[in-house]
Design a protein around this ligand. Structure first.
Ligand SMILES: Nc1nc2c(c(=O)[nH]1)N[C@H]1C(S)=C(S)[C@@H](COP(=O)(O)O)O[C@H]1N2
Ligand SMILES: [Mo]
Length: 321
């Protein structure tokens, strides 16, 4: 738990939340955002306020460069429509069962092909780099998407701390497996613990976010508390929740999903409207909150994050799905 002197208490904890959030959203965008857009009276995107859950506030500074202007998905939808198979297969299961997850004490081990392997305590991790709010699109391979104001900092800030060696080519992410709190571990749908992976240069891209919160508060358990990764240009399953280890390795790690069905879930998993999943077209998506009768939206290459295209120059993105 964080114990603060009165002078350390951020305004977010003494000003009523809707007030400081609205104020901060404007301040954040006034600097980089509004000038760049050159538009008069462009209102910030409508934002639903966090509904509480009694979760602690997590102060952050808005990162205008990494803020998409799409309407943000409501806090209620983000925290009640989840994939977290350790808690069950239904979208409502994580919200129902993840309350039992123990998120303190918590450590994250960063090891493997590194000069300085290290175990970070969660309270140390929270302060390792300035917390930023970044509004990202999240696209699930099942064909739906959300727009989420995450809080965190670039994963590269953590990886630099451990000094990757010349042999480090890939990064493996390992989620927690708590037998007594996770009923889903009794099922054989995936090999537990849940693991995922990135190429090192993908992991070092500034968009890859080590994530601690959303909508101004620490992460709800169902969204992967207390720390997860968010890789916004890839399908949602790449963004592993509740991390306990990050391993730098020489060979491409086999993720839980590749292990379960390698013809459906590839290592790259870049959002790509031109490469259908065997069971679902990826050409369009339903934005959660749009309503069932609204037209689907066109899915964008790399989920709209064109700045990562150079990572894949010369690669066949059909073969490397
Ligand atoms: N440990 C773990 N991480 C996971 C999953 C999971 O089942 N277990 N599901 C993935 C999938 S398929 C998606 S779409 C996103 C959903 O994240 P959200 O519930 O925060 O929207 O988490 C990903 N990370
Ligand atoms: Mo997903």
């Amino acid at each position: 738990m964080l114990i603060r002197k009165p002078s350390d208490i951020p305004p977010s904890e003494i000003t009523p939340e809707p007030v400081w959030r609205a104020r901060r959203a404007w301040l954040g965008r006034a600097g980089a955002g509004l000038a760049a857009l050159g538009a008069a009276g462009l209102a910030p995107p409508a934002r639903a306020e966090g509904e509480g859950d009694g979760l602690p506030a997590l102060p952050s500074a808005a990162n205008a460069q990494y803020t998409v202007m799409d309407k943000q998905t409501s806090y209620g939808d983000i925290t009640s429509y989840n994939n977290y198979y350790e808690f069950g297969l239904d979208k409502g299961d994580p919200a129902k069962y993840a309350k039992a997850l123990r998120v303190r004490p918590w450590t994250l081990r960063v090891e493997g092909e590194v000069g300085k392997p290290r175990t970070f305590d969660i309270d140390e991790l929270l302060k390792l780099a300035p917390q930023e709010e970044r509004v990202y699109r999240l696209r699930c391979v099942e064909g739906w998407s959300m727009v989420i104001p995450w809080i965190g900092y670039s994963l590269s800030a953590l990886l630099k701390q451990v000094e990757p060696t010349g042999n480090a080519k890939f990064v493996q992410f390992v989620s927690v497996a708590q037998r007594d709190t996770m009923p889903g571990l009794r099922s054989g749908v995936l090999n537990w613990p849940y693991t995922e992976g990135l190429r090192l240069d993908e992991a070092m891209h500034p968009l890859a976010l080590l994530t601690f919160g959303l909508y101004g508060k620490v992460l709800p358990n169902q969204n992967g508390a207390p720390v997860r990764v968010i890789v916004p240009w890839k399908y949602g399953f790449k963004s592993a929740k509740s991390l306990v280890a990050i391993r730098l390795v020489e060979k491409m790690p086999v993720s839980s999903w590749m292990d379960a069905a390698s013809n459906e879930y590839g290592f790259y998993a870049n959002v790509n409207p031109n490469v259908p999943h065997p069971r679902w077209s990826q050409a369009t998506e339903r934005r959660i909150g749009d309503g069932l009768f609204s037209p689907k939206r066109k899915t964008l290459m790399f989920n709209g994050y064109d700045q990562v295209a150079s990572l894949y120059q010369g690669m066949d993105l059909r073969a490397n799905y």
